[in-house]
Ligand binder design. Structure first.
Ligand code: PBG
Length: 343
């Protein structure tokens, strides 16, 4: 009998393939892999989206987003403190607006005492060194769940832009650092930039949701902000057709031309080709939004034991870096930052 040891012996020189290139050499051990690693994910790459709800010491789970809760204002402050301790540079705030406060024009968006404004002021006071991004769009405030004003079935562009400008000013007044128009109306970035400058808010940055697609992956978010049940029809007359790539470059070019400081591609994982094209074409700060449905998919599979959630989370976020993103909005932000801290 042959002993196992003899079997493991290297093949004679003649049997060894005559290869000049053996890429596996660079993967032979952990230190070698670290040495040639091209991209790394750090806490600096993260923006943490949070949902705000009315109440005191209130945390309300979002059923379609396991692990994500709507938080009352002091809970938001607590999580902002945690974000700062985890070196997460920026948080994003989204309100859950009760039905009674919604109307066809989304007037609650202009209320200086609305949830977003109150949360901005509270976070700025308690955690002055964390960035706050606020979403500019009317869907959390409208009775029909659309991002703009409507005339019958039609979303009115220019009338909506006038309201978005006032919404952005309201948020800037409350102390937000970045306004992020997510509405996809034409011309809104330029109008918001001009209004901020005229109001002495020249330091407020604009992160444009420049290439935002009409996506099925926003479903859980619409649950979280309470607009899913209200939404009539779809958003395809303003959000982009998932079939288009060149059009994304045109949208980004326009938003940059109008004064956007940073641009975003959304959703994230199914649109990494767009992230890559945007970064290569424009070489500007480029962000991706790993949206609610992407988070929900990974969590659902993980909670069923179908994949390793922690590994899938890390791999998905690293993929954004490889595609060229400078940062990612992700509901995994606290979890992955925790992991990076204790690596
Ligand atoms: C609001 C807005 C949406 C998201 C961010 N801002 C929903 C939508 O456009 O319907 C989605 C974010 C997510 O799914 O995580 N316009």
């Amino acid at each position: 009998f042959q002993s196992p040891a003899a079997k493991a012996e290297p093949a004679p020189a003649s049997a060894r393939l005559d290869l000049t290139h053996r890429p596996r050499r660079n993967r032979k051990s952990e230190w070698a892999r670290r040495l040639v690693r091209e991209n790394v994910l750090t806490a600096d790459d993260l923006i943490w989206p949070m949902f705000i709800v009315e109440g005191q010491n209130t945390r309300v789970p979002v059923a379609s987003m396991p692990g994500v809760e709507r938080l009352s204002v002091e809970e938001i402050v607590r999580e902002a403190e945690r974000a700062a301790a985890l070196d997460i540079p920026c948080i994003a705030l989204f309100p859950y607006t009760e039905k009674s406060l919604r109307d066809a024009e989304g007037n609650e968006a202009l209320n200086p005492e609305n949830l977003v404004c109150r949360a901005c002021r509270a976070v700025k006071k308690a955690v002055p060194h964390i960035g706050i991004l606020t979403d500019v769009a009317l869907d959390p405030y409208t009775s029909h769940g659309h991002d703009g004003l409507m005339d019958d079935e039609v979303i009115l562009n220019d009338e909506t832009v006038a309201v978005l400008v006032r919404q952005a000013l309201n948020q800037a007044e409350a102390g937000c650092d970045i306004v992020a128009p997510s509405d996809m109306m034409d011309g809104r970035v330029g109008a918001i930039r001009a209004a901020l400058d005229a109001a002495g808010k020249g330091d407020v940055q604009i992160m444009a949701y420049a290439a935002k697609y009409a996506s099925a992956f926003y479903g859980p978010f619409r649950d979280a902000v309470g607009s899913n049940a209200l939404l009539k029809g779809d958003k395809r007359t303003y959000q982009m057709d998932p079939a288009n790539g060149d059009e994304a470059l045109r949208e980004v070019a326009l938003d940059l031309d109008e004064g956007a400081d940073m641009v975003m591609v959304k959703p994230g994982m199914p649109y990494l080709d767009i992230v890559r094209r945007v970064k290569e074409t424009f070489a500007v700060p480029t962000f991706a939004y790993q949206v609610s449905g992407e988070y929900a998919m990974i969590m659902a599979a993980a909670n069923n034991g179908w994949l390793d959630g922690e590994k899938a989370m890390t791999e998905s976020l690293l993929a954004f870096k490889r595609a060229g993103a400078d940062g990612v909005l992700t509901y995994f932000a606290p979890r992955v930052a925790e992991k990076l801290k204790h690596r």
